[in-house]
Design a protein around this ligand. Sequence first.
Ligand SMILES: [Zn+2]
Length: 504
Amino acid sequence: MNAVVDLVIRGAQVVSGSAIYNAAVAVNGERIVAVGEEALMPPARQTVDATGLYLLPGAIDSHVHFRDPGYPRKETWKTGSAAAACGGVTTVFEMPNTNPPTGTIEALRMKLDAARSSYVDYGIHALFDDSTVDRLEELLDAGATSFKAFVGNTFGNLPAPTDGALLEGFETLAARGVRTVVHAENSSIMARREMRLKAFGRTDPLAHLAARPAVAEIEAIGRVITLAEWTGARIHIAHHSSADSLFLIRDAKRRGVDITVETCPQYMLINTDHMKKLGGLLRLNPPIREPRHNEPLWQALKEGLIDMIATDHAPHTPEEKTREDIWACDCGFPGVETQMPLMLTEVNRGRATLMDYVRWSAEAPARAWGIWPLKGRIAPGAHADIVLIDMNRRGRVNQGRLQSISRISPWHGRTVVGMPLHTIVRGRFVMRDGELVSDAAGWGASVKPIQQMPPAIPRNTDTTTRAIATRPADAPASSRPVDGVQDTLWADESYLHPLAKSGH
Ligand SMILES: [Zn+2]
């Protein structure tokens, strides 16, 4: 006799990265316990009829800023994770440019404390820069899942790590197998150009793009690939924005560099034509680029060159986004709640399949952050992180109804077809019938205890900072030339031409 389980969802089409099939899904406690024919499901305390809906693994967003601690006027863990829940996102990875930045044990504890109000599960990217490079392992052991290196400046103005610190940190992290997110833009190029643009008096929205040309991204991606390949460190390129840097990703992947790449809906669906109308609302880093970048990024995603969709959910207050001078507008906008409807709309347009979408939104990030196979898939034994979507539901993005505190969105007014209806995190509804389940706040948990990165494969370990700290056995104790060596060192030049030897 079958034991009674908590929940059976019947009637839905289950979607994986490689198949769509009709099946019922049984959930007990926090896990999926059965996937199969409805008739074979155990009896359940609760049954959900999902006829006509698709059942997907919840989305995993590798890139959100919940601004907490430090900027509660922009967002908090509670509001940001509510937005995730209502966007079909069941796990988020949160960025360290809060205040204080997540670069000390104390700041990490503050972050983990703030995260206790989360509706959804989470990982924490800790800060990797010159000030933290000596305590990366300590941060990992204290609960960070991964790191973020702001090689290009953005909100918070954290100084970019020097190349020396990047190399040293990669050596450390390669040995631990941990992945580092890289904001890949060249800070020095951008700082100089911004200074010039300001001197010329440019304050228009396109000046922001002019300050951050694609070459800044190309240079930074090339540089971090070099250092990652040398050390064997795993890296992740955040918000890939330019068609011009894709060749570097292609070459690196061909050579076996462990590099994963995300892009965001705004880089594929928005361009400078929109920037001219929406101004500072679209100011973000890297910048919104010319129309010619949109389609190649979409194709790169389809090809697998870009691995996943993230959002760079980066909320600010409406006032901070709508100032006259582009340099005074804060960078970023909310996105964790709108990603899924936007992408499903593209699926409905025939630009991708639901299977593609599951690979980009769930499978690839689960693997990249070491939380596969417990997350990112619908299978017995996996966490019951589930989103039920209605591909026929039509609506318009309404910024006034977003869960985020930042109720300003460039997507406002855009028609979407295909929306999440129910979101379940480890067996518990956090959104039901399109409504936030408010008493689920605090249900979210850190993914640190389940994280398991593939075995580390550090390279060139004989030249790491740690390796060079002690003098090798064959190194002389003194740098002074050995007494008398110059008279004898080159005496036996038997390989020289006989004529040279005989002095002719
Ligand atoms: Zn970001």
